[in-house]
Design a protein around this ligand. Structure first.
Ligand SMILES: [Zn+2]
Length: 52
């Protein structure tokens, strides 16, 4: 079963807020090690109020 592996080479993580898996995105290329959440919404949900 031949399989193209271009897009599937991207790393992925599990969101610490909603628990869903998410895949590397271009906007995270500099900060991937620090990314914990799939979206800004999840980061705010777990990040705590007032923390910037
Ligand atoms: Zn999430």
């Amino acid at each position: 079963m031949p399989r193209m592996r271009r897009k599937s080479d991207l790393p992925s993580k599990t969101c610490a807020a909603c628990g869903l898996p998410f895949t590397w995105r271009k906007k995270w290329e500099r900060d991937w090690d620090n990314v914990r959440y799939c979206s800004d919404r999840c980061r705010r949900a777990k990040g705590g109020a007032g923390a910037v």
